[in-house]
Design a binder for this molecule. Structure first.
Ligand SMILES: [Zn+2]
Length: 317
């Protein structure tokens, strides 16, 4: 399986609850696995970002001219390094979408770098592709929010639509509602947005997804998985040609920003349900990581690594 990753996903944010070191730690943990090949992303082009974001917002991000309230809402300090790191993450999700759907097969761009040398992936390499990052679902067209400067999945979906894909599903299982994504695709019936989240948590304003499942506080594994088994078939009934899965680690019982009570085993079963359901339908799958703020960084890394392991296992078939 292909995993899209760059060392530059680790961004210096000062003292911050968002541990960008997790990306490097996940990649290190998985680096010796023979069934995962790491490929380097290109930064998303500004024109690609403009498929979702307004020119005015992108100019402020590029030039570092966000206002104070905009920085407060983004909850990230602006720096050129931050912008480049997140542009790379968006590029990673775009690349994953193109590889998973086979839209890049045979083109120059499909020559992805492995260990510094070029290679051309085989079809079986990329039915499931994991960007080791992304899931930046709080970003809106005209502003960033909640650690999300750009909405990588929305941009990637728009790129796939530009290349002729019609129906896309976004399965967002981060503990927080996918507000930016819901807003972006509110009036696009081609994109099915499913958000299953803790109802009484950030963000306060939750624009309507195609299907919202707002869970009460403290939900455990069994209830969560039952709700997932009910919701997922509705997304698959959309007959998507690509599924983007936001496998947030923050429904975890020891997460600092989440109020659900899933165990690590429950999260692994969640991932398996989504990945196996999409695979069984023969639909290309992009698995992004999204949030994860466990008290112990090692728990966050382990949960995300398990997600990627489940995807790799499914890709092996
Ligand atoms: Zn989250």
């Amino acid at each position: 399986m292909l995993a899209v990753y760059s060392n530059r996903y680790q961004i210096d944010l000062g003292l911050h609850v968002f541990p960008t070191a997790k990306y490097r730690l996940i990649a290190e943990r998985l680096s010796q696995r023979p069934d995962i090949t790491f490929v380097e992303p290109e930064p998303a082009a500004w024109a690609e970002l403009a498929l979702v974001h307004t020119a005015e917002y992108l100019a402020k991000m590029r030039d570092g001219t966000l206002g104070e309230t905009e920085v407060d809402q983004l909850e990230l300090p602006w720096s050129a390094e931050m912008v480049e790191g997140f542009r790379l993450m968006v590029g990673g999700t775009i690349q994953a979408g193109l590889l998973a759907t086979g839209l890049e097969v045979g083109s120059q761009k499909s020559k992805v770098r492995r260990n510094g040398s070029d290679f051309r992936p085989q079809t079986s390499d990329f039915e499931v592709v994991c960007p080791v990052g992304g899931g930046l679902h709080h970003a809106f067209p005209n502003h960033g929010e909640g650690f999300c400067p750009f909405n990588d999945v929305a941009v990637a979906a728009r790129v796939l639509q530009d290349r002729g894909l019609v129906r896309i599903a976004i399965v967002d299982l981060d503990v927080h509602h996918g507000n930016g994504t819901a807003f972006i695709f509110e009036s696009d019936p081609r994109v099915f947005t499913l958000s299953m989240h803790q109802q009484h948590n950030y963000p306060v304003w939750k624009p309507r997804s195609t299907l919202d499942v707002g869970l009460p506080d403290g939900v455990h594994d069994a209830t969560y998985l039952r709700e997932l088994e009910r919701a997922l078939p509705q997304a698959m009934a959309h007959r998507p040609q690509c599924v983007f899965f936001l496998a947030g680690a923050d429904p975890y019982e020891d997460d600092q920003l989440g109020g659900l009570r899933l165990t690590r085993d429950g999260l692994r079963r969640r991932d398996r349900v989504v990945i196996e359901t999409v695979r069984a339908a023969g639909v290309p799958l992009v698995v992004t990581l999204a949030g994860g703020y466990a008290r112990r960084l090692d728990d966050t890394v382990s949960i995300h690594a398990a997600t990627i392991e489940e995807a790799a296992a499914a890709a092996r078939g």
